[in-house]
Design a protein around this ligand. Sequence first.
Ligand code: SF4
Ligand code: SF4
Length: 356
Amino acid sequence: MSESDGSNAVELALAMGFALAGVCGARESEHRVEFDRWLAQGKHGSMGYLERHADLRADPRRVLAGARSILLVADQYARRGERDPDLPSAHGRIARYARGRDYHRVMKRRLHALADALRPRYPGAEFRAFVDTAPILEREHAARAGLGWIGKHTLLIHPARGSWLLLGGILSTADLRPSDPPRPFPDHCGTCTRCIDACPTHAITPYSVDASRCIAYLTIERRAPIDPEFFPAIGPLIFGCDICQEVCPHNSGRSDTFDAGEPAPEYAPRRDSFDLLEVLGWTPDDHRDAVRGTALGRARPDMLKRNAAIAAGNALRGRDIPALRARLEQLTRDEGEPDLVKDACRMVLDRVRASR
Ligand code: SF4
Ligand code: SF4
């Protein structure tokens, strides 16, 4: 395949609906030392797979033998400058990326189609699509491929589109690099510290996030009880946290001078929150129906109930909501509920009583 035939891998990716695409060489991470230090400090929390796969993650050629290049793509899931709707009383908020269709499925389908389109052009080459499914440092490679820069909150930011982006890609033994690759974007964070100042758990130091303190980790990845130290900071958040992105100036204000892009239609929000009383009363079938087709399925049912109990406790500290308090009390006595839920309800009620 020649680079001048107008159908290179990046153009194909953009034609398939990805918001951004770029290619970089498959090479060792430049941040292995920092990553190892981060792991040694326990900042990955209970995500043991990050430690187990550290060697693979550090070099994509260990994930796919003979890999020569990585095609990185991004889907945009929210509109820059779009204000998050106000949260109704006693509701739990879910992160923006989980409000529409599950990005894993959406992106995988397009990536597989893209790989199928590339195969005949590179006979004998291997193509491996990934969306959170392989130990690949997507953000670092995406920055090298010219999709944006990595902000102080460690997320990828495109200068026009902002950071409401989901990343995926294709690792290949073919050399997909164009003859005239785009230059990586410079860091536009400058002296800004908004994300660091706004983070409710003080998880961010410039260009590093202590995942063990991050609400996204606590509510989605952590399967054990959450330390009550974090309860107030979690506020109404029951699945993920967008605070560091909401405050970023690169996600606010649209300009007539650049194309800020539009979210892909698949990510049109179905809902932005759940009634806490409803979540605390879910049966397994209710849970299945509520999360079907979205990324919310990443958190187990008992984790979502635990999170809803914490958010309910925060709602009750503002004012008494008898039905919500009664549901928490009932859950502490429900033998059918997992310990994770019962223990969270007990801790929450203790704190509510102590605050009165
Ligand atoms: S997602 Fe929330 S808790 Fe995590 S670093 Fe950003 S602001 Fe902090
Ligand atoms: S809030 Fe400021 S420091 Fe943080 S990522 Fe955005 S521009 Fe960078």
